[in-house]
Structures are given as C-alpha cells and as structure tokens.
Design a protein around this ligand. Structure first.
Ligand SMILES: Nc1ncnc2c1ncn2[C@@H]1O[C@H](COP(=O)(O)OP(=O)(O)O)[C@@H](O)[C@H]1O
Ligand SMILES: [Mg+2]
Ligand SMILES: [Zn+2]
Length: 507
C-alpha cells in the first residue's frame, strides 16, 4: 500500500469541515512534502508525528513521502490533524490495515512521546463529523467528555498512539476512558439575598434578566454597582440544550472546557478587566482565531466594570457584535465567525477621581466629568435599555439586617416565568426576548393605548426622554408586565419603566 487516506476535521470559528488526509510513499530521495495550505504549525506537526511514531515503537518510513490535506482551499490550522496524519503514514507504509480507517474520523494532537494531547475544538469537530454522517470518531482521552456530548456518533478515547495502532492490528478494543464522572458542581453564585436595600438596583437586575436588556449601573463608588451586576447571571434561566452545546463549542475552541464537566449549562459570565485589549474582548490571535470575551459570554453576561476606564477603541469594538450577534475575524487563511450574543452590563462612576459624587474631595471639573462619561459612546449606550443611577445604602440600612432581602432563587423563578410569557407572545417572530424587539414594532404591532403610555408621553414632551429612550421604556414596560404576569403593560408598568432610567445618562 503506497497511498492511504484518513479523515479529520478543520475547525474555523466554531464550524467544522471534514478534511481528507492522504499519505503517499514513493521511491526516491527520502523526505516529506506537505500540500494543502499547511501553516507553520502543520510543518511542526511533521516533526511531532515522526517523533510520536518512532516513540510508539514503529518505524518512520524512509521513502519519499507526500502528505496532502484536502480540500486544498480550506485553511487548516493547528494540531487537530496529528493523529490522522500519523495513521495515514502508517497505513501507507503497510504498518496498519487501511480498511478500518475509512470509517472513522481521527482528531487530536500528538505529543513527541506518542500521547494524544488534549486538543482545542474537539466538540465542534465531532459535531461536524456527526452532521456529515460519520459514525465513529477517535479523540484524545482528555476530550472524550466533550465529544460524548454529541448525539448519534460513537466516541472512542485514546491515550497513546500505540493503543490505536494495536487496536487496528486486532488488539483490544478502544476504551472510553474519560467519560464525565460527575455533573458540573455548580459554582456557588453570589446571591441577591446579600444585598441590603437597593430596591431600584435589585429591580433593575430582575427586569434586565426578564427581557435580556443590556444594563448600565451608574453611581458613586461603594453604591453596590459591582455587587448587583455580579448577581445578574444567577437569576438567568439555565441554557437550553442547543444553547448549551453552542456555548460549550465556543469554550472548547478556547480550550476552557473542564474534562470532567464539559457541558456549559449556566449562562456564562465574563468580566474582563478594563486594561483588556481589543483582541481579548472581541477575539483575535495572529495564527489561530480565538474567541474573545464577547463570544465566551455568548448567551450569558458580559460585565464591563468601570466601563469608562476601558480604552475607547475597545468599547467601540463592541458595536459590531452588539449589532450582529457575532464576531468576524479575518485572517490570511480565511474568515472565522464566532457567535457573540451576550447581555451587556456596564458599571460606571460619575467622575474619574472616583470620590463619592458631589463629595467635598472631588475636584473634577464638570467638563472632565462629561468627558469621562462620554467615553461610553452614544452608539454604545443607545443599545442599553436599562440605565440606572444608584445611591449608596445608608449605614442604617446596612444595620437593619439581611433578613428581608429576597434571595436569587425567588427572583429567578419570576424571571423564568416572564421569559416563558415573552417567548409565547413572540412565537413566530424570530425574537425570543423583549430586548430584541425593534421600536417600530412596539409602536405598531404591540401598540399600547395612550392611557397606558401617558407617563412616558409626558417625559417625551418635556424632553426628558429621546425618541430612542421612549422605545426603550416601552421594551422595559413589557418585561415589567411579563414579570407581573400581565398580558400587556398597564400605566403603572410604563411609569416604573420611566423611573428605570438614569437621571445622569439620558439618551
Ligand atoms: N446594598 C448593599 N448591601 C450590602 N453590602 C453593600 C451594599 N452596597 C455596598 N455594599 C458593600 O460595599 C462594598 C462595595 O460595593 P461595590 O459593589 O463594590 O460598589 P461599587 O461597585 O458601586 O463601587 C461591597 O463589597 C459590600 O460589602
Ligand atoms: Mg465596583
Ligand atoms: Zn471626581
């Protein structure tokens, strides 16, 4: 056998495509040629594969060798093809039977010692193989857990290349070695019961969760902005099955899935520091496109604490994903898409010195304050339905005790019911949550009587609300009605929605 074929998967973004790998051995000067857009990592792969084969007790064929990855036009990155390349070489050399390799997709990176190493992107790769009708896939033992999340495909975990070789020669069956043994132990989430007072802040968290509205907390240091924001993920409903797989696929590509608990069931939460780069936030990487915080928080919460402290270019980079729900990363080898449908939470102090607002020690000029605030640009804030000003709770409130505070569990139950109500109302529209519904639709299809919108109409007339602000109030009113179990907003819901607007950032 001088020509052998194996199959692997190329993952770009979180999309996978089958790749055929051919190894051809011919007489002539010994050496290796690779065809099919191999990047630098693939050249390194050649050396890794040779070492892995030799250290697995096999011999490296001393022939003129051509390795081809097809289709040639597909950009192939990374170390996912090592095992498939090694097996193609061994099959071409006649060291293992070629026939059983036709039915299986081989995924994973090899160590020099012949070990199959944990590899990024196995979950989307297996999903792509299953979609293509492949019945069996071999993955590194460390990735069995995530691979096994994909239905209708037989997953075999392999620790050592020698084990795979032995199996093909009729040795012991491949075992499934690293099945997830336990369900992910839910990390203890910060609970709303820790928060004293702050009725408006708590309500904002609840309404934001119900309608999936973006949220801004403004207010002086110590007013509980960070504390409240951190409690939003806890009141969100768990991810649906498809959502969980999609989110897990993104985390797989980022190399963040724990082997023993690979399915992300809770809405993810990302809180990048304000020194984060644009690439860290929206994704990038010079060779491999890697998801950034906006994609790692897909279907979850992206919290930017001290938002005006972020570099303005970094904040501007949020606009594309906020608009389209995805990030496009162009690299020389092609274009990667990552989903990025996150719920944005911003926290901001009113001035750069960070002293309590209006405090005697604040020396910021009013123009410095304006500049500071405007670092969160209009187009960004335009998308933030909820903009709430917080004041610190008084020491007396804090002393009054925690007993009265409603826990996350109770709020989460109301949110779940509200989400279900909104989803039922929006069924067939393509939208699932109130935050997605465009203003014109709210003003026509779901038009409310003037008697209901009177308080918002007055704010609009007085110039306290812009036209966009008015639409945001309507969206919030629907979420408030959903939380209250009402079929449509009443005048009180609209009035409450008006109050859930900052007296500071009025857009
Ligand atoms: N409403 C509150 N209930 C309980 N503790 C609070 C409350 N507000 C503030 N704190 C206390 O003050 C600290 C600072 O709150 P934090 O959320 O960091 O404020 P901010 O982000 O607005 O500066 C918290 O860690 C907490 O100990
Ligand atoms: Mg803070
Ligand atoms: Zn100041």
């Amino acid at each position: 056998m001088a020509l052998a074929r194996t199959t692997s998967v190329a993952v770009v973004g979180i999309d996978g495509q089958l790749v055929e790998i051919q190894a051809d051995l011919a007489d002539g000067l010994p050496g290796v040629t690779m065809i099919g857009l191999p990047d630098a990592a693939l050249q390194e792969a050649r050396d890794r594969i040779r070492a892995a084969i030799v250290n697995s007790g096999e011999s490296w064929p001393v022939r003129r060798m051509t390795l081809a990855l097809l289709p040639a036009t597909l950009p192939k990155r990374g170390s996912m093809f090592d095992v498939a390349l090694a097996m193609a070489v061994l099959a071409a050399a006649g060291a293992v039977p070629a026939e059983p390799l036709r039915e299986v997709v081989l995924l994973g990176e090899l160590g020099l010692d012949g070990r199959l190493r944990s590899t990024r992107g196995v979950l989307p790769a297996v999903a792509a193989a299953a979609r293509a009708g492949v019945r069996r896939v071999v993955v590194p033992g460390a990735n069995v857990g995530e691979a096994a999340l994909v239905p209708r495909i037989d997953v075999r975990g392999v620790e050592q290349l020698a084990d795979l070789i032995g199996f093909l020669r009729g040795g012991p069956d491949l075992t499934v070695s690293h099945r997830p043994r336990r369900r992910r132990r839910e990390r203890p989430q910060p609970d709303l019961r820790d928060i004293v007072g702050q009725a408006v802040g708590r309500r904002a968290v609840e309404v934001a969760a119900a309608g999936r509205h973006h949220l801004l907390f403004a207010g002086p240091p110590g007013s509980g902005k960070t504390m409240l924001a951190e409690r939003l993920p806890g009141v969100l409903p768990p991810l649906g099955v498809d959502e969980a797989l999609e989110v897990s696929a993104i985390h797989s590509v980022a190399g963040l899935l724990p082997a023993d608990a690979p399915l992300v069931r809770r809405p993810p939460y990302q809180a990048p520091h304000h020194t984060a780069s644009t690439a860290a936030l929206v994704g990038g990487g010079s060779v491999h496109a890697r998801p950034g915080a906006v994609s790692l928080s897909h279907r979850g919460v992206l919290f930017l604490d001290e938002a005006p402290e972020f570099q303005s270019g970094v904040l501007d980079a949020l606009r594309q994903p906020l608009e389209s729900g995805e990030v496009t990363i162009a690299r020389s080898g092609g274009v990667a898409h990552f989903p990025a449908r996150f719920q944005l939470v911003l926290a901001a102090n009113p001035c750069p010195c960070g002293s309590p607002s209006g405090g005697a020690d604040c020396r910021c000029t009013s123009s410095a304050k304006r500049r500071y605030v405007s670092r969160m640009s209009g187009p960004l804030l335009d998308r933030v339905d909820l903009q709430v000003w917080l004041l610190p709770v008084t020491p007396a409130d804090l002393l009054a005790g925690l007993a009265v505070a409603e826990p996350t569990e109770v709020v989460a139950a109301r949110v779940a019911a509200a989400r279900a109500a909104a989803a039922a109302r929006l069924a067939g529209t393509g939208w699932r949550t109130n935050a997605e519904v465009p203003g014109p639709e709210l003003r026509t299809r779901w038009r409310l009587p003037e008697s209901t919108t009177a308080s918002a109409d007055r704010s609009l007339d007085r110039g306290e609300l812009s036209a966009r602000g008015y639409d945001r109030v309507l969206r919030l009113a629907w979420s408030i009605a959903d939380l209250g179990g009402r079929e449509r907003p009443n005048p009180t819901d609209v009035a409450e929605a008006v109050t859930l607007r900052s007296r500071w950032v009025r857009t």
